[in-house]
Ligand binder design. Structure first.
Ligand code: GAR
Length: 199
């Protein structure tokens, strides 16, 4: 059984996609052991509670400095003892202590086809605004391993999505979620769960 901790900051639709995939049996041998949010108002926390999953908030605002926050985040992860950390719309730069402790065991979903529209400053709607401003006809989403860089780790899965005439950033974001993110994030976890079973 692959034990995963899911880190979130907002609406939590990707978290919901993981929960739904587990409940439907599509995603096997996987259990969400904890959901961690940096934002106390994240709707994702409600989704976790509704699904009966342990959910905690670790907000940088509750700590004197970044280093104390980083320690608290690592402690909240360690308590749950996950095999894999899934960043599902977690808009916090992952501190070095977490990367070092969980090297090769952290994955992230990014709403573009990396290496386009990624790196510092590219998150959430900004990614789709940039894609529309550049006029690309195809965008998509990427699941990748997390390393010290921003969106630089090895790619696990990608899925392309068409950009349509008249798209707004919001419309494009929704299409990328529906046609790519909610599919490839549970599938990537499933791949890792399968590999773990073999070991
Ligand atoms: C998703 O589109 C995710 O790809 C993006 O934030 C959104 C979270 O939505 N992540 C990033 O931009 C990371 N760089 P959700 O809370 O509904 O899953």
């Amino acid at each position: 059984m692959l034990k995963i901790a899911v880190c979130v900051s907002g609406g939590g639709t990707n978290l919901q996609a993981i929960i739904d995939s587990i409940n439907s049996g599509k995603l096997e041998n996987t259990k969400i052991v904890r959901v961690i949010s940096n934002n106390p108002n994240a709707y994702a926390l409600e989704r976790a509670k509704n699904a009966g999953i342990d959910a905690v908030c670790v907000s940088p605002k509750s700590f004197k400095n970044r280093s104390e926050f980083n320690d608290a985040l690592l402690a909240a992860l360690n308590e749950a003892d996950p095999d894999l950390i899934v960043l599902a719309g977690f808009l916090v730069v992952i501190p070095l202590n977490v990367i070092e402790t969980y090297r090769g065991r952290i994955i992230n979903i990014h709403p573009s086809l990396i290496p386009s529209f990624c790196g510092t400053g590219f998150y959430g709607l900004k990614v789709h605004e940039a894609a529309l401003a550049r006029g690309v006809k195809i965008t998509g989403a990427t699941v990748h391993y997390v390393d010290e860089g921003t969106d630089t780790g090895p790619i696990i899965m990608q899925k392309a999505v068409e950009v349509k005439e008249g798209d707004t950033p919001e419309i494009l974001q929704r299409r990328v979620m529906e046609q790519a993110e909610w599919i490839i994030l549970p599938e990537s976890i499933g791949l890792i769960a399968k590999e773990t079973e073999k070991k």
